[in-house]
Design a protein around this ligand. Structure first.
Ligand code: GSH
Length: 232
């Protein structure tokens, strides 16, 4: 059995999408990051970076007792290795899939995250960083759009590369017009229509009925972190 430490954010959706897609049984452990639940000692023992998602696999096939893991990319790769599902089996395609997973983790996720921050959460409107991250998000959309030209999914069949990218492609929120990216648009619609995607996003609505980081306390918790946040 697997515990999923989760909140209703793009990185959280990646793992519920994977688990719903594969049918792997799991217990959901909500961690309300707007209320500071990521700082409990129980959670920090699993995820020392105080970020969701994280998992504990109580019966890892590799043995050695319960295995805690944080970082959504590592979790997706681990689950794909565990189940053999949603990762290409051929060596060449497998590496291409991992490459796009890293591209999401190192590029699309962090850049779109900064885009959200400056466009929606920063206490004042700052033109330079807002525009920088909108432009960079547009560039990354174009990279993905080009990769998807002539392909249904990023590499081969539907995989953890698609699952990692999908929650981070939110044109309305990210200052993008999806019609500028026809292959990305078609890909996004296809993933949105998958029953497992629908279940994952429905679950999010049940867990977090009023999603918001707009109150001052939530902003302080999420955006006021510095080196003093990490206690020894
Ligand atoms: N690279 C990490 C990023 C995780 C991350 O940023 N999680 C956010 C929600 S999407 C979080 O837990 N924030 C809590 C906080 O900032 O204290 C991953 O992909 O797992």
């Amino acid at each position: 059995m697997l515990d999923l430490y989760y909140w209703t954010t793009p990185n959280g959706h990646k793992i519920t999408m994977y688990l719903e897609e594969t049918g792997l049984p799991y217990t959901l452990k909500p961690v309300n990051i707007s209320k500071g639940e990521q700082f409990t000692s129980e959670f920090l023992a699993i995820s020392p970076n105080n970020r969701i998602p994280a998992i504990v696999d109580h019966a890892p096939a590799i043995g050695g007792g319960p295995l805690p893991l944080f970082e959504s990319g590592a979790i997706l790769l681990y689950l794909a290795d565990k189940t053999g599902q949603l990762i290409p089996h051929g060596a060449r395609e497998r590496w291409q899939c991992i490459q796009w997973l890293f591209w999401q983790m190192a590029g699309l996720g962090p850049m779109a995250g900064q885009n959200h921050h400056f466009a929606h959460y920063a206490p004042e409107r700052l033109v330079y960083p807002t525009e920088r991250y909108v432009k960079e998000t547009g560039r990354l959309y174009a990279v993905l759009d080009k990769q998807l030209h002539g392909r249904r999914f990023i590499v081969g069949d539907y995989s953890i590369a698609d699952i990692a990218c999908y929650p981070w492609v939110q044109p309305a929120r990210q200052g993008q017009d999806i019609d500028d990216f026809p292959d990305l648009k078609r890909w996004r619609e296809a993933i949105a229509a998958r029953p497992a995607t629908k279940r994952a996003y429905e679950l999010a609505k049940e867990v977090n009925v009023k999603p918001s980081v707009s109150d001052d306390e939530a902003r302080r918790i999420l955006f006021g972190q510095d080196r003093h946040t990490i206690q020894h």
